[in-house]
Design a protein around this ligand. Structure first.
Ligand SMILES: Cc1cc2nc3c(=O)[nH]c(=O)nc-3n(C[C@H](O)[C@H](O)[C@H](O)COP(=O)(O)OP(=O)(O)OC[C@H]3O[C@@H](n4cnc5c(N)ncnc54)[C@H](O)[C@@H]3O)c2cc1C
Length: 430
């Protein structure tokens, strides 16, 4: 039997552990209410419930409906555009090192949770590789790897030959690997987090959209169509899918639309010469090129594109052709799945907590590194729910800072793509 969510992504279509969860049908009183059933909300729920805090997760659709169920399943323990030196320059020595430490251990946290809770999600801590698309990019990558190595991370610089050997892609100049990264099926991971949260005592409601948040006494009242939830503290974990619920929050990030494709399973002989140890790859291009395999040997890639009429129909084929070109696969099997999702990107590409009022926090730890970072953020938010001051958490917390001219600026990441592509080409021509 097919279900409506099976069309959302490859991961929803093949995910094994779907469990129907009820909608809220009465009024509730809990210590902590969480809006959003993606990685951020579910990791918060699990860690909070394990501390004995009473928790309700309110998800408008189903668990993993948002970016959580639509990503590529790369587990990456670092920042998208920022190296440790940049983080220190931006946040200062003490706060910077805390955030770096937070990110460094985030992939280990994911794989430890999977093991501890027996989550079946095709998880492989096989490493994340970042190959360099130009000589300059290789110099940057060597410095980046050095900064993480100084902090004891399991990283290594890779020569051109080593990149070719590990990935099967021959036109890179070198790269680096963080062996604590890896891959998983994100929908199964999220469902596993939900199951573990429920076992720890969290209540998880699907089909329950929060339509109002109001202060009441020293707590909050969340309105839904089918009941009211009173809570001492609230975590808003809606990422780029929050809609009109908190209009100020919506203006604090860039909504970035990203497309993904999966081919039909590759023949074994071709599969063997690409990513033979099952790593995932995101290169240094501004127009990022990524690839990995799923458990059935489908080759998966993705990318941004300039949005416009017909983009949803056109872009998957563009990504498919790019995949064949970069990996020198003239006979690449046809597309099996294509889908897209929206990620919330912060102007400085770092995780942030947004202080929306006493006891009301929104968490953004995405910037393309969401699986590891949101999982770690959830653990931090559970500490906050348990009484730790927000200012003592590793992630910076501040009142909302709306992006100027957001109505126009929100389109910038996708609009600027042709410029990024030109700069990528100039890098390699130099
Ligand atoms: C195409 C794509 C590819 C990506 N690839 C990777 C990758 O390979 N590796 C990686 O680490 N990261 C990746 N990311 C980023 C990662 O997916 C996100 O950072 C992460 O999933 C965000 O999780 P979240 O829980 O914060 O938000 P989401 O998963 O977006 O969840 C928000 C949830 O809130 C719910 N919601 C919204 N409003 C309400 C409301 N009013 N009431 C109740 N519920 C509500 C939504 O239904 C949704 O389920 C990718 C993102 C995209 C879009």
């Amino acid at each position: 039997m097919t279900t409506p969510e099976q069309g959302l992504s490859l991961w929803h279509a093949v995910g094994r552990n779907r469990r129907q969860r009820p909608a809220l049908d009465k009024n509730l009183h809990v210590d902590l209410a969480i809006i959003g059933g993606g990685f951020s909300g579910l990791s918060t729920a699990l860690h909070a419930a394990e501390k004995g805090i009473s928790v309700a997760v309110l998800e408008a659709e189903i668990v993993a409906w948002g970016a959580t169920g639509r990503n590529a399943g790369f587990v990456v323990p670092n920042f998208a555009k920022m190296d440790p030196v940049n983080v220190l320059a931006s946040l200062g020595e003490e706060r910077g090192e805390r955030l770096i430490h937070f990110a460094a251990g985030s992939a280990d946290l994911v794989f430890n949770l999977i093991e501890r809770h027996g989550i079946v999600c095709d998880a492989l801590q096989s490493g994340w590789i970042q190959p360099a698309h130009s000589p300059d990019a290789f110099e940057k990558v060597k410095s980046r790897a050095g900064q993480w190595a100084e902090r004891g991370r399991p990283v290594e610089v890779l020569s051109k030959a080593a990149v070719a050997e590990l990935t099967g892609a021959r036109d890179y100049f070198g790269g680096w690997v963080d062996r604590s990264g890896g891959v998983l099926n994100p929908v199964e991971y999220a469902r596993g987090l939900a199951d573990a949260s429920a076992r720890a005592g969290a209540l998880i409601f699907e089909g329950t959209r929060v339509t109002a948040i109001d202060r009441s006494g020293d707590g909050w009242v969340l309105g839904t169509r089918s009941g009211v939830v009173r809570a001492g503290k609230v975590v808003v974990a809606t990422n780029a899918y929050g809609g009109p619920l908190l209009p100020t929050l919506r203006r604090t990030y860039f909504p970035l639309k990203v497309f993904q494709i999966a081919t039909n399973p590759l023949p074994r002989d071709v599969r063997k010469r690409l990513l033979s140890s099952g790593q995932c790859v995101s290169d240094t291009r501004r127009n990022l090129f990524t690839f990995r395999f799923d458990a059935a040997n489908r080759l998966i890639s993705g990318g941004m594109h300039v949005l416009g009429p017909g983009a949803d129909d056109r872009v998957p084929e563009v990504i498919h052709r790019r995949l064949a070109r970069h990996l020198d696969l003239p006979d690449l099997p046809p597309l099996d799945f294509s889908w897209s999702g929206v990620a919330a990107v912060q102007p400085d590409f770092l995780p942030h907590l947004v202080d929306m009022g006493p006891g009301l926090i929104a968490g953004f730890a995405c910037n393309g590194r969401g699986i590891a970072m949101t999982t770690a953020m959830g653990r931090a938010l559970a500490d906050w729910a348990g009484g730790t001051e927000a200012r003592d958490l590793a992630i910076p917390c501040a009142p909302p800072a709306p992006i100027p001219f957001h109505g126009l600026m929100r389109h910038a990441p996708n609009m600027l793509l042709p410029w990024s592509m030109l700069r990528d080409r100039l890098d390699t021509a130099a």
